[in-house]
Design a protein around this ligand. Structure first.
Ligand code: SF4
Length: 365
């Protein structure tokens, strides 16, 4: 068994550490790239959303490196994500690939027994004892939290750094060094080391950078290739960004949702505008926009793929929030045809608007 998995931001680091610790053979697909997207777009149904296409590209690039088993998380809908694994299995079968799929659905949807059966089918490739397996799983959770924290710190501090680009290069260096490690323990050391380094980056508290919340469809905001590396671009402009939806948030949300203890602040903030879950993370998007306006952000950018049903609903709600809270929100819709030049122009125009608003407030001009 040689397992692979689709990319989703920094999750590849935690999954790599997990498989290293368990001694399971795996293939990390090349970081999502143009070629993966072209492969995915070639074989996927034309009208399916962008994440599906990039994931197909990830799989096929891994299969070419010997992967024979695919690990993905699942959902029972109600958006297209609920159909992803079934469609992807059929599509890869039609292409002549004989693969095993391990789909990690929520335990509430498939039952605890089935959930553990699927977990044990992954762990069966490991010769570690149960205690060791649990210890490694704990490391995986620790790693996903650590890398999310490093990223969060870098993306927020970059607006205050004295030497432009220091946080970004530390973040990239951290990912590279973490990927070069051979065990979860080693990766944890690297991540802690970089968290410390970021804490020592010289900053000026007198700076007043623009602060932008990144909201929208979970895959598109987490996987940088799919949003044309928007957070890196904003770092280059010296803009501080924050994003609530991260892989560690997802894990926490999945654990707490059966007890209805998940994302309480988001649910409360969204109550006036969207009091129900309608699929995807539309409710989170609406709640985050409200919270960002309260937390003193200068604006928010919503990103989602063409045809994303839940985010089309939240997009129609966001203008009400923008009007009620006097809070600018830019929406960017992406697909395989998105041109970078037009995309950058829209971002720059939005930053310009935010800058002027901020100066008007600060200097009353
Ligand atoms: S949330 Fe949107 S982009 Fe993601 S799977 Fe559902 S419809 Fe597609």
């Amino acid at each position: 068994m040689k397992i692979t998995f689709p990319h989703l931001g920094n999750t590849f680091l935690a999954v790599k550490a997990l498989f290293d610790g368990l001694g399971i053979d795996y293939v990390v697909p090349p970081l999502s790239n143009r070629e993966a997207l072209e492969i995915g777009a070639k074989y996927s149904p034309e009208e399916i959303c962008l994440p599906f296409k990039i994931m197909i590209g990830n799989y096929i690039q891994s299969i070419r490196e010997g992967a024979d088993t695919i690990l993905i998380v699942g959902s029972c809908g109600p958006c297209r994500f609920g159909e992803y694994c079934e469609l992807q299995m059929n599509l890869l079968k039609k292409l002549g690939y004989n693969l095993k799929f391990i789909v990690l659905d929520y335990p509430k949807d498939i039952g605890l027994k089935e959930f553990f059966r699927r977990i044990s089918s992954i762990a069966s490739g490991s010769d570690k004892n149960n205690f060791e397996k649990l210890r490694v799983a704990g490391f995986g959770l620790k790693i996903i939290n650590l890398i999310d924290n490093v990223e969060k710190k870098a993306k927020f501090l970059c607006g205050y750094e004295l030497k432009r680009g220091q946080c970004k290069s530390l973040l990239n260096e951290c990912r590279k060094r973490a990927f070069e490690t051979d065990s979860p323990e080693e990766m944890i050391c690297v991540l802690k080391n970089y968290a410390g380094k970021l804490g020592k980056v010289p900053v000026s508290k007198n700076k007043k950078p623009l602060k932008i919340a990144i909201i929208g469809e979970i895959y598109t905001i987490i996987e940088p290739f799919s949003n044309l590396f928007i957070e890196e671009k904003l770092m280059n402009y010296g803009v501080s960004t924050a994003r609530c939806l991260t892989p560690s948030w997802w894990v926490k949300d999945a654990i707490l949702s059966p007890f209805k203890l998940n994302s309480i602040s988001i649910r409360m903030a969204s109550r006036k505008y969207l009091p129900f879950y309608i699929g995807g993370h539309a409710r989170e998007c609406v709640g985050e926009a409200v919270l960002a306006s309260k937390k003193g952000f200068d604006g928010a950018i919503q990103i989602f793929p063409v045809g994303c049903m839940p985010e089309i609903v939240s997009k129609s709600i966001l203008p009400n929030i923008a009007r009620d809270k006097k809070f600018p929100i830019l929406t960017l819709v992406v697909d395989e045809m998105t041109g970078e030049a037009g995309y950058i122009t829209r971002i720059e125009a939005f930053l310009d608007l935010l800058e002027r608003r901020k100066n008007n407030v600060l200097y009353g001009s």
